[in-house]
Design a protein around this ligand. Structure first.
Ligand code: ZN
Length: 648
């Protein structure tokens, strides 16, 4: 028998300095869906998550609370595991950097690289961001602030060990070129390439001030830099360099390191350089996802908008949260998390489209064929169409998951689900029942049951609990394989279809909780005012001819580069791709967007305005946006389109 194809997927190991927030849940949910999808496809999956427990920050927090660091991290790690259980995260191992076998491997690797000459002793003088545990050069900081987190950096000077990272600049750039699948999405590849090209210095990999860490084996007053320690988890968990390295041999190199965009540097420069130095294969793909912004604002403790996933699970259930995170946010880009959009998704997609289809189907089975699915009439044209659509939806689902577009994969599946609802409307089973056309009625209900069966397979990685419930309603076992989804007419005749409680009840939002944004009060104004208002709009607004509208050329542009313009906190200089040409744009959107989050984004622009000079730079197009200051928003097509596409 052939060996099963393996699939090794990892999340970052999270830092137990505080409870996890929705951003951690986001990353881990995506990883879980990918792990489950690959298991469904019959692969031998190893899914790793864990905790990154050493470092100065943990040491300080624990001391402040009068605990030793291990006691402190133990309680936080317990909360990580409890959350993953509630979110249905199917990890195979949870690695802690305080695990003995991990600590031993970190020391071994340090020793090997020292003996090879890739680690050497020198003096470190420079800047350090303690919250990020990251070293910085003066020129990399923003006026003494950490470029990653914006907090002040500290000056440190001490005897240290260095890893010859500079030696790997060229090999890394070559590796990126030869392995285009290695660093994704493409916007991050450009960032990392320019980071390397701006000059890669050797990396300081030890600290003497930090006692909560793994000590340098041959010089124990030094402890090993936490990032050097942390990334080794991906192979220490597999038993690399131990008596039993079966897992290492089976699963390394990893198929996918899923990480947040802020730690791409550690995973696509430092970690691969360490692997190159060790002569080990590099992971196949490192994918950097974007950040969740909360109601349009960056999540931060000071703003008090940190979202606790536990509260969301209490209120909406794990499956609904998982669905939202995978469906609403474009993987790789930043995405907005808001209560309104969460409720909208649950109501529209889960309660309405999917929930209704299940409810209508099972109710009609209960009414017309309560015992079992009876003998079926022949398939007619509408069934054949639905069968074709199901085949297409599944093929798209698989391709889009593999190309890291779970949001579009789910949309493809929902096209099928919505179509099945329409099929029920148009075939009108209630009329068939009235006319006593039972073979046809049996065929129609069976066909919708079939769509539900197929959807239950595809949804297993996304909505594990609900998908299993749907299968039980259809008289199927909860276990399934991807191959089963590809079969049409796979629901066994004779199965009994059960009616059950709605899987996703509609959420009726209490007006009070929605906040003061709704215009309900205006509507309650007197009739006279209500009729006056629309007239006023018509009169005050100057009207134009259709031809006038056509004079404005609106196109979709993809932003290639973005940088702040010195001396302005509002203006950004952008380079935008229009397919056949590139334009320089000076845009006043710098209070609402950081340059990083714009790179790779598609925006709507006016291309035929006369060029204007702003702060000495020629602006060759205008970005369309709404709002002002930090609430300003650009317009982004609902799905990616070709750069230069005409809007109209
Ligand atoms: Zn920082």
């Amino acid at each position: 028998m052939n060996h099963k194809e393996t699939f090794y997927i990892t999340t970052p190991i999270y830092y137990p300095s505080a409870k996890l927030h929705i951003g951690h849940a986001y990353c881990t949910t995506i990883a879980d869906a990918y792990a489950r999808f690959n298991r469904l496809r019959g692969k031998d999956v190893f899914f790793l998550t864990g905790s990154d427990e050493h470092g100065q920050k943990i040491q300080r927090i624990a001391e402040a609370q009068g605990m030793n660091p291990k006691e402190y991290v133990d309680q936080i790690v317990a909360s990580f595991k409890a959350l993953w259980e509630r979110l249905n995260i199917s990890y195979d191992d949870f690695i802690r950097t305080t695990d003995k076998h991990h600590e031993v491997l970190v020391q071994k690797i340090f020793q090997i690289l020292y003996e090879k000459g890739d680690i050497y002793k020198s003096t470190y003088k420079g800047l350090y961001c303690t919250p990020c545990e990251a070293f910085w050069l003066e020129r990399q900081t923003n006026d003494g602030k950490c470029p990653d987190c914006g907090r002040p950096v500290e000056e440190v000077e001490e005897e240290s060990y260095f890893f010859r990272l500079s030696k790997y600049a060229e090999p890394l750039l070559n590796y990126y070129k030869e392995h285009p699948e290695f660093l994704q999405p493409a916007a991050r590849l450009k960032e990392m390439e320019s980071f390397i090209k701006s000059g890669l210095e050797d990396l300081c990999v030890s600290r003497t001030a930090v006692t909560w860490g793994i000590s340098v084996p041959f010089d124990p007053k030094h402890s090993i830099y936490v990032w050097f320690d942390a990334v080794v988890n991906y192979i220490s968990a597999l038993g690399y360099l131990t008596n039993d390295d079966t897992l290492y041999k089976k699963y390394w190199p990893a198929d996918l390191h899923l990480v947040g965009k802020e730690i791409m540097r550690f995973h696509t420069i430092i970690w691969p350089a360490m692997l190159l130095a060790l002569d080990l294969p590099l992971p196949k793909t490192v994918f950097g996802h974007g950040w969740l912004v909360i109601e349009g604002e960056k999540m931060s403790k000071s703003k008090g908008n940190v979202v606790d996933p536990n509260l969301l699970i209490d209120e909406f259930g794990a499956d609904a949260i998982r669905y939202f995170l995978l469906r609403e946010i474009t993987l790789g880009s930043d995405g907005n998390f808001s209560r309104d959009s969460l409720i909208r998704r649950i109501n529209a997609d889960l309660a309405n489209d999917l929930g209704n289809l299940i409810h209508r189907t099972s109710s009609m089975y209960e009414k017309y064929f309560p015992e079992a699915i009876p003998e079926l009439g022949a398939e007619e044209e509408p069934e054949k169409e639905l069968a074709e659509l199901a085949k297409k939806a599944l093929a798209e689902f698989e391709t889009l998951i593999d190309s890291y577009e779970p949001q579009n994969a789910l949309e493809s599946l929902w096209v099928l689900i919505r179509r099945a609802n329409k099929y029920l409307d148009s075939t009108a089973p209630w009329t068939l029942a009235k006319n006593k056309d039972y073979p046809r009625l049996a065929r129609v209900l069976y066909t919708v049951g079939e769509v539900l069966r197929i959807a239950s397979v595809a949804l297993t990685p996304i909505l594990p609990t609900s998908a299993a419930k749907i299968r039980v309603q259809l008289g199927l076992s909860a276990d399934c394989t991807w191959e089963e989804a590809k079969v049409w007419n796979g629901l066994p005749v004779g199965n009994r279809i059960l009616k059950a409680e709605p899987l996703f009840p509609r959420i009726e939002e209490d007006e009070k909780e929605k906040g003061p944004v709704k215009p309900a009060k205006e509507v309650k104004s007197t009739k006279a005012e209500a009729t006056k208002k629309p007239e006023a709009t018509v009169v005050t607004e100057e009207q134009i001819e259709f031809d006038d509208f056509l004079k404005v050329h609106l196109k979709v542009a993809t932003i290639l580069t973005a940088e702040r313009i010195k001396g302005s906190d509002k203006l950004l200089r952008l380079e935008a791709d229009l397919g056949t040409e590139k334009r320089q744009i000076v845009a006043g959107i710098g209070k609402a967007y950081s340059p990083e989050e714009l790179i790779g984004k598609q925006v709507a622009i006016v291309t035929n305005l006369k060029p204007r000079k702003i702060m000495g730079l020629e602006s060759q197009a205008m970005i369309i946006a709404a709002g002002d200051g930090s609430t300003l928003a650009v317009f982004n097509p609902e799905k990616p389109v070709k750069a230069g596409s005409i809007i109209g």
